[in-house]
Write a protein that binds this ligand. Sequence first.
Ligand code: PNS
Length: 164
Amino acid sequence: MSVRVVCPGSFDPITMGHLDIIERAAERFDEVVVAVVDNPNKRGLFTIEERLALIEAETDHLANVRADHFRGLLVDFCHTNDIQLICKGLRAVSDFEYELQMAQMNRRIGGVETIFMSTSPEHSYLSSSLVKEVARLGGSVDGTIPVRVATALQAKLGTPADEG
Ligand code: PNS
């Protein structure tokens, strides 16, 4: 049986940590859908279209990966797209509690199982929020996000002096 999994998230923007999980999922499953949540109550730095374009560019080398977006419940997206598994990265114990709650809820409301992959240690401290904060304050984000994403982030933020 062919297994299609979803890697869901905000991806605002995609980091090396996300890519690590997506690439490893792509090696192990037949198809990977990277799904950007479109939450009308939470405006990100990047638009949904910009996030999708960056994901598509960074996963272009992976033939079995595609990017999509969704509103509403993740389990509904899974059902609509014939997705059998939710695949998430676990960075640290601090992620575990909330991720476990979501996994149990998704199983209860939609019968969809979640599998966790341990984030590679070199990425375990990474989050999009932290990368954005460091970039905003003029710190180096080298190696935490792909070069193309860093360029897009810099263009969004302008130079620190521009922010006033
Ligand atoms: O990258 P994030 O922000 O940690 O991703 C969180 C995400 C998108 C996976 C989670 O918020 C989600 O699944 N949202 C969709 C709405 C939903 O299904 N909520 C119930 C979860 S049990």
